[in-house]
Design a protein around this ligand. Structure first.
Ligand code: GLA
Length: 726
């Protein structure tokens, strides 16, 4: 498809404001306006609801100007990519050092180009600094139907001297003067994706990772809303999700005129990138958008974008299988007979994919040894892995396996052979995390070796259908003494290296489904979700805590990528005891998995699990392929509810949960969303009928419809109801 075969109205339009070039990006319900300001600075004066206008000047009725005597200063102005050298004093996106030590850049507009990439219009705006010999191309890839613009920048050395990028962020998002709140996602191991909302005030709010991975502590996603607007379903929200799985930064700054200036990209701390003449550096992508349907609307835009555009194409449209994972059941003590027994029980319950987790390889009996040695432990699997794989296949399930390719234990054959392959500083004792070190994935030989190990694992066993790729420690002593000139590039080269290995293996083994994991959800970002199909959300499998974690995850990502296990009680992480059905209903919010020691489950528990898994199979098209609406976000007291609606709006499921209730508290109502107002719907459980309009206007009582508990219990009740158009 060429640019000319796209509808004209979809193409970014070259306009003019005051005789200077401007560009209007028109999406389904959003318009984005770009233009040139003083000294050719790229401005972004408008990103918001479409005003139904063809005239870009309609979006800039008010002067953008500064103090009359400082018209060329760009503070307080909506700069879309400020560079060090612009007349401004806020956070910049680009700092380029020349051999003479100067770091001043001034970009002039060169040209615009419109093309089509995979059926989506792309606007490239090219700028250059002749003095420095620098070219910067800003890319705006427009996903019209998804109301998402994906931005990146390519920085090219067109001169004759070495340039060093000391900072190369992806983009800036300016918002007009107003009072705003920032929503960001935070946590730690076992508590990922906790949504925090706080007012933006003069100064900066910086969210970031310096841990090597995108991290449990902060997630590379943000949303901005007008102050105190808490509505889930209405109100303006600007959002961004950075496709980067390493160190990153997002700075949200309130300028002195109350304008907001957000920048996001690769973490500049300890970063530098050498560009020799002719070389270029392309930043990670930032997917951004605007919704006036509240945080829920913003989440649904990102979710649909992941589902329909972003996730790896080979598995994008395939329902994710219900998996069994043996980690919580067996830890490192895996063995052929015990795994076969687990597999038989998992299959009898209706599980579709059986995954052997940590402990199957090398001399791996605990977390002190064997990372790096990706060959089958013959003592644990005397007949090889093949016996288990065949058994699993014979039971009608797929087979999956756990690896942690970027890590090495000092007690491993790999480390003994190549101690220099781990990051290290000569003469300094390393810091261990989980008794392991991080392999330098910036090195070609390290990547080639690990690719070959994984290739062998996958091809020797013929039909491994699933790989869980883990990453279990933050990086320290990140040294590469053999390459001092690339030392500050490792943060980026490593992450690119991981993507490259995944790309190679996906190409060679197109049927394999990949799961990203990092001690739970420490690297479940848009970057990894381009190369993996789903994410392990958290090592915390407590159903009550999971409600909050899964709610936060689904602000930024699709339920189709959110893996949840049902595990044993008392829960290993919290000691809490939730009923089996509650644990299942929570895990059903995304990709259902079972992670308990099912060899110990009673016949009644197995029976109940079989029934619940069969129900999930019925609901899976809604959960994994529908639109998600949080009707009541999780809180410690009172109900919580989430709804999924089919793309056509003709079928919906509503899950209701209450961990703890108050005797006498009235039953609130849940107003459904996304239905067809004029159609009649029937509730599957009892045949009750209502119209789409009534279900959305009057709603349904916020209680579980469970024939076994006609009066809902106050604590630990959960259930779901399905309504189908008739
Ligand atoms: C990490 C993962 C777990 C499990 C263990 C195995 O913590 O998040 O799911 O795979 O590693 O060591």
């Amino acid at each position: 498809m060429t640019a000319s075969s796209l509808a004209n109205s979809q193409l970014p339009r070259r306009e003019s404001i005051g005789g200077r070039p401007a560009w209007l990006l028109r999406l389904r319900s959003t318009d984005v306006l770009l233009c040139l300001g003083a000294n050719d600075a790229l401005l972004l004066p408008y990103w918001g609801r479409s005003g139904g206008t063809d005239r870009p000047t309609d979006y800039v009725l008010h002067p953008q100007g500064n103090r009359p005597s400082h018209r060329e200063f760009l503070d307080g102005q909506p700069v879309a990519y400020p560079v060090y050298g612009d007349a401004l004093f806020k956070e910049v996106c680009l700092v380029v050092a020349r051999p003479d030590g100067s770091r001043d850049t001034r970009l002039s507009f060169v040209e615009d180009r419109v093309e089509n990439v995979d059926g989506h219009p792309v606007l490239d705006l090219v700028f250059q600094d002749e003095l420095v010999g620098l070219r910067v191309t800003h890319r705006f890839q427009v996903f019209v139907e998804h109301d998402i613009v994906v931005r990146s920048a390519t920085i090219e050395n067109r001169g004759s001297e070495l340039l060093v990028l000391e900072r190369a962020l992806t983009a800036a998002l300016p918002l007009p003067p107003d009072r705003y709140d920032a929503c960001t996602l935070h946590g730690t191991w076992g508590r990922e994706f906790t949504l925090k909302r706080r007012p933006l005030a003069p100064g900066k709010l910086v969210v970031e990772s310096r841990r090597g991975s995108s991290s449990h502590e902060a997630h590379p996603w943000f949303a901005i809303r007008p102050r105190d607007d808490e509505s889930e379903h209405t109100g303006a929200v600007w959002f961004g999700s950075l496709a980067w799985s390493g160190n990153w930064i997002c700075s949200l700054e309130v300028e002195l005129n109350d304008a907001v200036h957000i920048v996001a990209g690769v973490q500049p701390f300890d970063f530098a990138w050498r560009l020799t003449p002719g070389e270029s550096f392309t930043t990670p992508e930032l997917a951004g958008g605007y919704s006036d349907e509240g945080l829920g609307g913003a989440s649904r835009l990102l979710q649909a974008f992941e589902e329909e555009v972003w996730l790896p194409a080979s598995h994008r449209d395939r329902p994710r299988p219900i998996l069994y994972n043996s980690w919580e059941a067996t830890n490192f003590a895996v063995g052929a007979d015990q795994q076969i027994e687990l597999a038989r029980r998992a299959a009898a319950m209706g599980t579709e994919l059986f995954v052997v987790d940590d402990g199957w390889f090398g001399a791996r009996d605990d977390d002190f040894a064997a990372l790096g040695d990706w060959t089958v432990n013959a003592a644990k699997f005397p007949n090889g892995l093949r016996q288990l794989i065949d058994e699993v296949h014979g039971l009608g399930m797929q087979f999956g396996i756990w690896v942690e390719p970027e890590m090495v234990n000092p007690n491993s054959d790999l480390y003994r052979a190549h101690p220099d392959w781990a990051y290290h500083i000569d003469g300094r004792e390393p810091t261990y995390g989980r008794n392991q070190l991080v392999l330098n994935f910036a090195r070609d030989d390290v990547r080639e070796h690990l690719t070959e190990q994984l290739r062998r694992l996958l091809s020797d066993h013929g039909s491994i259908e699933f790989v869980k790729w883990d990453h279990n420690r933050a990086w320290t002593e990140v040294g590469w003494p053999e390459r001092p000139e690339q030392q500050r590039e490792v943060w980026v080269r490593h992450v690119r290296g991981v993507y490259a290995v995944l790309a190679t293996l996906r190409r060679e083994f197109p049927e394999v489904l990949w799961e990203t994991c990092a001690g739970g959800g420490g690297r479940a970002d848009l970057g990894m979700l381009r190369w993996t199909d789903q994410a392990w959300t958290s090592d915390n499998t407590d159903a009550a805590d999971r409600l909050t974690i899964q709610y936060g995850f689904s602000r930024a990502h699709t339920p189709r990528a959110m893996v949840n296990w049902v595990t044993d009680v008392p829960n290993q992480q919290t000691g809490r005891i939730a009923p089996l059905a509650f644990r299942f209903h929570v895990a059903m919010q995304g990709v259902l998995g079972i992670g308990g020691d099912i060899n110990e489950w009673s016949a009644e528990e197995i029976d109940e699990a079989r029934r619940l898994i069969a129900q999930y199979k019925q609901l899976r098209p809604l959960v994994q392929f529908g639109r998600q609406y949080w009707l009541v976000p999780p809180t410690p007291l009172g109900p919580c509810a989430v709804q999924y609606v089919s793309p056509a709006g003709d079928r919906t499921v509503v899950f209701v949960y209450q961990m703890r209730g108050l005797r006498g508290a009235g039953v609130g109502r849940l107003h459904l969303h996304g239905l067809q107002p004029g159609r009649k719907y029937r509730r599957d459980a009892d045949g009750v009928e209502s119209t789409g309009a009534a279900l959305m206007a009057a709603g349904i009582p916020a209680e579980a419809v469970d024939p076994r508990h006609p009066t809902p219990m106050l604590d630990w009740y959960s259930g779901f109801q399905v309504w189908t158009a008739i």
